[in-house]
Design a protein around this ligand. Structure first.
Ligand code: KIV
Length: 259
């Protein structure tokens, strides 16, 4: 029987080997990530951008994540499955946070949840962990705060912001988070945070010193119609490949060459 990775497996990778993580929203992609032995699969709220066609992640609902998590869970039997808690599913009250984290595990069948924020949400993080649901933190560029940040840009450039980010990371670790995503922060800050934590950091646009890396699958496959962020490496020309295939099909049908 194939065994799914646990949070203990992920934590044990720190200082041994880098953690591989990708987002995933569909059955065939889930199988590809399974066959590629990706350690951690995130059913993230970038779902809003790359699958649902929204401008940002704010409109994503718990039900959207549950729907896609179930699909991914059917296709992938070996990666640790983590679900994002969408905007306003945990910020207002501990009761909301517990109910929604519970639903993601119970109906979405994920193994852990991810929340954006530091000290300000540690009461929710602690409460979720106390009912037996593992939590990943998310600091730096936190897309659910896009309006407060004034857009998607590199975070924690100033010394005061860097100090705050380190405090947030230590608070999340103390609250019981088993890993922290660091998004779009200077690489020397990410290296410093990684060195000072016992739990792994997983970076996206945060340099190579993090304990692991995560990318949005559609971005790294080259499927995004938007200009990718400078930190994204496109491992495939997905858009061109698919466009060519579909155009060739249409040409063949019109030209009576297929079937
Ligand atoms: O939703 C998402 O894709 C994420 C990653 C950027 C970490 O949170």
């Amino acid at each position: 029987m194939t065994k799914r990775k646990t949070i203990v497996d992920i934590k044990n990778l720190k200082n041994k080997e880098k953690i591989t993580a990708l987002t995933c929203y569909s059955f065939f992609n889930a199988k590809i990530l399974d066959l590629s032995k990706i350690d951690l699969v995130l059913i993230g709220d970038s779902l809003g951008n790359v699958i649902l066609g929204y401008e940002d992640t704010l409109a994503v609902e718990v039900e959207d994540i549950i729907y896609h998590a179930r699909v991914v869970q059917r296709g992938n039997k070996t990666s640790l499955l983590v679900a994002d808690m969408p905007f306003m599913s945990y910020q207002a009250t501990i009761t909301d946070a517990l109910k929604n984290a519970g639903d993601l595990v119970k109906y979405g069948k994920v193994n852990a949840v991810k929340l954006e924020g530091g000290v300000a949400i540690c009461d929710k993080v602690r409460a979720i962990i106390e009912i037996g649901i593992p939590v990943i933190g998310h600091l730096g560029l936190t897309p659910q705060s896009v309006n407060a940040m004034g857009g998607y840009k590199i975070q924690a450039k100033k010394e005061k912001e860097q100090k705050k980010l380190i405090e947030d990371a230590l608070a999340l670790q103390k609250a019981g988070a088993f890993a922290i995503v660091l998004e779009c922060i200077p690489s020397d800050l990410a290296a410093n945070v990684t060195k000072h934590l016992d739990i792994p950091t997983i970076g996206i646009g945060a340099g190579k010193c993090c304990d692991g890396q995560i990318l949005v699958l559609e971005d790294m496959l080259g499927l995004n119609f938007e200009k990718p962020n400078s930190f994204v490496k496109e491992y495939s020309k997905g858009k061109e490949l698919f466009l060519d295939a579909v155009k060739n099909y249409a040409r063949d049908v019109k030209g009576l060459k297929f079937p």
